[in-house]
Design a protein around this ligand. Structure first.
Ligand code: ADP
Ligand code: ADP
Length: 220
């Protein structure tokens, strides 16, 4: 067992399966799933100032500015339930966020153990996001690939599922472009740190989970 807290950073374009996998991996490892997108959406539904600010960027498919994003995630990671670590999904998304994360973890006796990069071609991303349904708790479904047991309600808590405003085709393409311009540079950053493990995200959900768990097992 590592004496340092364990942090796993899920990397990949919008629709690659980060949220789907992060939920399962966190449960299997007894860690917390921390999704920056879910945190923004919670703020949005509570109509907080942060939520209102974030919405102006999210609806356009742009990234929320680094300073507010970093402060929000830092606060979340400082809560007691993250003492053993977390599976991070959607953060970091820029080099400045990655540097801020490393600094945060160094201050709290944590470290990034492994960064699974989920690879999926662009065309499949567009199809996946077009059919994505989510629950307020962040569980993710797909109309065809991964439908809920009862249409359109969450399998676990029975809450109604919703489709995201930013999953419209026009916004999806822009989000993929934003990923390539602003987030893809992190691939080289984590590769040079020896943390990156590439996973074929076009496989069945269970097989992708298995590959990620193998990568984590080797790294931890
Ligand atoms: P991300 O968090 O990377 O944006 P999600 O986990 O929300 O991605 O998944 C996007 C969509 O693709 C969802 O509708 C999800 O059910 C579906 N999906 C996830 N993984 C797979 C997979 N391996 N095969 C097919 N569909 C998938
Ligand atoms: P996806 O699952 O498709 O990758 P997310 O739920 O992670 O999308 O993010 C939705 C939106 O929230 C992003 O398009 C962006 O506007 C905002 N967002 C989420 N995480 C970050 C981040 N780390 N930095 C800046 N903006 C973010």
């Amino acid at each position: 067992m590592n004496e340092k807290a364990t942090y796993i950073v899920m990397l990949g374009p919008p629709g690659a399966g980060k949220g789907t996998q992060a939920k399962v991996i966190a449960e299997r490892l007894g860690l917390v799933h921390v999704s920056s997108g879910d945190l923004f959406r919670e703020n949005l539904s509570r109509e907080t100032e942060l939520g209102k600010l974030a919405q102006t960027y999210m609806t356009k498919g742009e990234l929320v500015p680094d300073d507010v994003t970093i402060a929000m995630v830092k606060e979340r990671l400082s809560r007691p339930d993250c003492a053993l670590g977390a599976v991070l999904d959607g953060f970091p998304r820029t080099p400045a966020q990655a540097e801020a994360l490393e600094k945060m973890l160094a201050e709290s006796n944590g470290r990034i153990n492994v960064v699974p990069l989920i690879n999926v071609p662009d065309q499949a991303l567009v199809e996946r996001l077009g059919g994505r349904w989510m629950s307020a708790s962040g569980r993710v479904y797909h109309a065809l690939n991964n439908p809920p047991k009862v249409k359109w309600f969450d399998d676990v808590d029975g809450s109604p599922l919703f489709q995201r405003d930013d999953d419209k085709p026009e916004t999806v393409q822009h989000r993929i472009d934003v990923y390539k311009a602003q987030t893809a540079p992190l691939i080289a950053f984590f590769k040079s740190a020896g943390l990156l493990v590439e996973v074929d995200g076009t496989q069945d959900i269970d097989k992708v989970t298995e590959d990620i768990l193998t990568a984590i097992g080797t790294a931890c």
